[in-house]
Each structure stands twice: as C-alpha cells, then as structure tokens.
Design a protein around this ligand. Structure first.
Ligand SMILES: *[C@@H]1O[C@H](CO)[C@@H](O)[C@H](O)[C@H]1NC(C)=O
Ligand SMILES: *[C@@H]1O[C@H](CO)[C@@H](O)[C@H](O)[C@H]1NC(C)=O
Ligand SMILES: *[C@@H]1O[C@H](CO)[C@@H](O)[C@H](O)[C@H]1NC(C)=O
Ligand SMILES: [Zn+2]
Length: 297
C-alpha cells in the first residue's frame, strides 16, 4: 500500500515528515482477520495438502481465472494552487496504464466516472479530512475501485490502499465501508511531476493491494510466510530504484533464481520503469480475492 518517497533525492518533503515504511493500513497488521485467514489457507493449499485437495484447488482456480472487468472511479483532488498540475488527459492516460499492466492477468478497467475536486484539506488527506472526502466522493459498490488522486497526499507516501475484507457483506459499518479505496499521489499519474514515479504505476501497485496482494517484502524477513505467495522470492527489504546489476539479494540463502529479489514485481517499491508484472500465483490470488470479496458486493 505504501510507496516511500525518496525524500532526499526528490526533495519534495521536509525531512520532518520522514515516513515509517508501514503506516498506511496496507500491511498484515491492518488487515482483517478474515483476510489473514483467507490468504493463509490459500497459501497452504498451494504448497501442501493431499493430491485430491490440490486438484480441487486447481479446479477452483480455473473457475476463478475468467476475465474480470473492474469498474473504476477516479477522483482528482487538488489544492487550489495545484489545480493546473492535473490536466484533462491524465485520467485517461492513467486508465491506459492500469489496463496495460493488468491485461496479461485477465483484468481490465472500465472508467465509469472522473470527479474533479478542489479542496485544500482533502488534497492532503489527513485522517479526518480523508474520511470526510471519501464519504463525500465514493461511488459504486464494494466492487468499484475508487482511487483518490491527491496533489499533496500526506504521510510521506506515494500511495496507500485498503485490503479486501468482508465488510461489504452486511454493509454494517458505513465508515469502514466508505474508507474502501486507494489514495494515490496525483503527481504519479502519467506525465505528472513525480520524477521516476510518473508512469502511473503507483496506482497499479495500490490496485494490487485492493485486489488482495501484499508487498513482496511483507514481514521484512527471509523466513516466514512473507506475502503468502510462493512464486515471489522471499525478500527482506523493499527496493529503491531498480538495482538489477548486480542483482539485489536481501535473502542470499535462497536457492537458484530465488536468490534475486523480485525488484520487477509491481508489489515491490521499485521505480515505475523497473516494474514488469505479477507472478502466476499473484494472478490467481487477485482473481480469488476479487471473486470472494468484491464481485457481487
Ligand atoms: C472463487 O474462489 C473463491 C475463494 O476460494 C470461492 O469462494 C468462489 O466460489 C470461487 N468462484 C468460482 C466462480 O469458482
Ligand atoms: C481499458 O479497458 C476497458 C474495459 O475493457 C476498455 O473499455 C477500454 O477501452 C480499455 N482502454 C484501453 C486504452 O485499452
Ligand atoms: C459522476 O459523478 C458525478 C459527481 O461528481 C455524479 O453526479 C454523476 O452522477 C456520476 N456519473 C455516473 C455515470 O455515475
Ligand atoms: Zn503498497
């Protein structure tokens, strides 16, 4: 959910707002119990169990792999003096970036609405203002992806997003429900001002969380379940930039190709030009999670 700003090199934030890596509700510490149980059981099913259980899972995966079209609503939220930074063609360019990135994984996006808002408090989105904004702007249902592109997103991050949870079933808590969606620094939209991060891939990364993926370095350890996905190499440290030569190896004890960190994976923190895609099991996980939590809700 979180991408760290390279504070020093970008010089866009004062050092006083030095971010903590996981302060945005996108790590397992902020996930619902239901979400955690689900990823643990999907993870176990992929690696263990009887042949019959694995066959059943494979069959279910097959059902879960039919194409998904996600309805999306983009909310442009600018400070008064930053309105001009976000041009009319940026939402469409952002949609193209999402479509292009997710197309190999059977997911595309249908942009059903764009709202344009000028509000200095919402553009920063501190806690109360964030909820007020989302209550005012959120559209659609639990399967509608709402992304808030804010010119001055707070917290020293480029984005954050909610993980799926069963809240939609009862629609019991309007506050939690309204909160569902992604906050993205608007300058990361294609041709935005955030150098290195302005090809629209922050929204791609955040949408990965919305579809149920964790960071490839979740847990920051060479042991343990990490991101609960077996075909992403274990990774103890988030990536900055694109350190591919020599390859970054935060868990050098791993075997073979898994020695190299998954720096090209959308769920790492690499720069936009470094990102290449998701893995096969991340693909399966997103389809599962969408069908389980979002579709029909
Ligand atoms: C997809 O997977 C979810 C989670 O395992 C399951 O609840 C759902 O029934 C599956 N959908 C289909 C169409 O098989
Ligand atoms: C993105 O996907 C949607 C849904 O399939 C489609 O309507 C739209 O034309 C696509 N846009 C691009 C640029 O591919
Ligand atoms: C788009 O959003 C506006 C609010 O900004 C709303 O009035 C309108 O009904 C929405 N259109 C659709 C197609 O949902
Ligand atoms: Zn993230």
């Amino acid at each position: 959910m979180i991408k760290l700003l390279l504070l020093a090199s970008l010089g866009l934030l004062s050092a006083a707002s030095d971010p903590k890596p996981f302060d945005c509700g996108t790590d397992t510490a902020h996930a619902s119990e239901d979400f955690l149980n689900t990823i643990a059981s999907l993870h176990d099913g992929q690696t263990s169990g009887s042949p019959a259980a694995r066959a059943a899972l494979a069959a279910r995966d097959k059902d879960n792999n039919s194409a998904i079209t996600v309805d999306a609503v983009f909310h442009i939220v600018a400070k008064k003096d930053k309105k001009a930074d976000i041009t009319d063609d940026m939402p469409q360019a952002q949609l193209d970036s999402l479509n292009e990135s997710y197309k190999p994984y059977g997911i595309d996006f249908n942009l059903i609405n764009v709202t344009w808002n000028t509000n200095d408090a919402w553009a920063v989105g501190d806690k109360d203002a964030d909820l007020e904004m989302k209550k005012a702007l959120r559209q659609g249902t639990y399967r509608t992806l709402n992304i808030y592109f804010q010119t001055d997103l707070s917290g020293g991050v480029l984005g954050r997003c909610t993980l799926p949870s069963p809240i939609a079933n009862g629609k019991s808590d309007p506050t939690v429900y309204a909160n569902d969606g992604c906050n993205v620094n608007a300058n990361t939209m294609p041709d935005g001002a955030m150098e290195g991060y302005n090809a629209g891939k922050t929204a791609v990364h955040e949408t990965g969380h919305w579809l149920g993926l964790l960071h490839t370095f979740e847990g920051n350890s060479c042991d343990g379940p990490g991101d609960f996905i077996d075909d992403t190499p274990q990774e103890a440290q988030a990536t900055d930039g694109c350190p591919d030569a020599p390859p970054k190896q935060s868990c050098p004890e791993q075997k073979g190709a898994d020695k190299n960190d998954p720096i090209h994976n959308f769920m790492d923190y690499s720069i936009d030009s470094c990102y290449e895609g998701f893995t096969a099991l991340q693909h399966d996980r997103m389809h599962h999670m969408y069908n389980m939590y979002r579709d029909g809700n």
